[in-house]
Write a protein that binds this ligand. Structure first.
Ligand code: NDP
Length: 265
């Protein structure tokens, strides 16, 4: 069989850890496959690029997860429900789409007790993760800087607030789903709001990885358990790898190999 080719599609992709995660795992498991990165400018060109490059599978990152959803011939039920695809596998000329971000996130937070969750942010990442959490019995409230992105969540029955109308309650988990702190020193919400929800939380989680964000620093100052987005990234990759290799390897077999990618900076 010819070497199987995989890639990450996104814009930008230069900093993506996915090639390292998947290549290390292919190598360790003795699979004749290679995973590259492809800067895709036009989301509408995703399907054409996939076939022109002769790929077997891709991961899709910002800003093309919705285009990926539209490019697929088949969608699994969860990807269908949330309208966002981050993993595509080709089988007999047809594209099969999955969302592994949300189950990866669910697994990453499963170590924490409690079902009442406050999401800070309401962007693309919050979209699939809020749905899987609700499906799993979590009670999710969304707090966002501006009202625009909250509309669809409110329509779907989530409790939503902006900073102006927020009425704090006790939340088990407070989770930064924003990009605040990614390339700046911003907190995801005003300090007064964070000071009203962090002290009574059991833990604080950030989806940003590779750095300690101001949000996690603040949570630590309240002696809270914290977790960054590394496990979410790792677990979505393991689940994508399961799809790429048609479930020939278990999650537990893949995990230690893929984890090695986090030993590199
Ligand atoms: P989006 O662009 O879709 O949404 C951004 C969200 O952040 C919006 O709710 C926006 O609010 C809010 N926001 C941005 N800046 C600020 C700020 N300074 N203060 C308060 N709110 C702010 O982003 P994504 O959902 O795609 O990504 C969010 C984060 O998730 C990123 O940091 C990304 O790196 C991370 N991520 C991590 C993954 C992992 O595997 N660990 C996987 C995917 C994403 P508004 O609506 O008001 O603009």
């Amino acid at each position: 069989m010819a070497k199987q080719l995989f890639a990450i599609f996104g814009n930008p992709v230069v900093h993506s850890k996915s090639p390292l995660m998947h290549n290390l795992t292919f190598q360790k498991l003795g699979i004749d496959a290679c995973y590259g990165r492809y800067k895709l400018e036009e989301g509408a060109a995703l399907k054409a690029a996939f076939f022109a490059l002769g790929l077997k599978g891709v991961n899709v990152t910002v800003p093309h997860k919705e285009h990926a959803y539209h490019a697929c011939d088949h969608l699994d039920s969860f990807a269908q429900k949330v309208g966002a695809v981050n993993t595509i596998v080709e089988r007999e000329g047809r594209l099969y789409g999955y969302n592994t971000d949300a189950p990866g996130f669910l697994k990453a937070i499963s170590e924490f007790d409690g079902r009442k969750v406050l999401f800070l942010g309401a962007g693309g990442t919050a979209q699939s993760t809020s749905v899987i959490l609700r499906d799993e019995g979590y009670d999710v409230t969304l707090l966002n800087r501006s009202a625009g992105r909250l509309k669809r969540y409110a329509q779907e029955g989530f409790k939503t607030f902006t900073f102006d109308d927020f009425v704090p309650e006790q939340y088990d988990l407070v989770i930064n789903m924003t990009s605040a702190g990614l390339e700046d020193d911003a907190l995801p919400a005003p300090q007064a709001i964070l000071g009203a929800v962090i002290p009574s939380a059991k833990a604080c989680v950030d989806v940003i990885y590779g750095k300690e964000t101001p949000f996690l620093k603040l949570a630590k100052s309240y002696d809270k358990s914290t977790k960054d987005g590394s496990d979410m990234l790792l677990y979505q990759g393991v689940i994508a790898f399961e799809h790429f290799t048609a479930y020939r390897y278990s999650f537990e077999e893949i995990l230690p190999y893929m984890k090695h990618a986090f030993d590199f900076n």
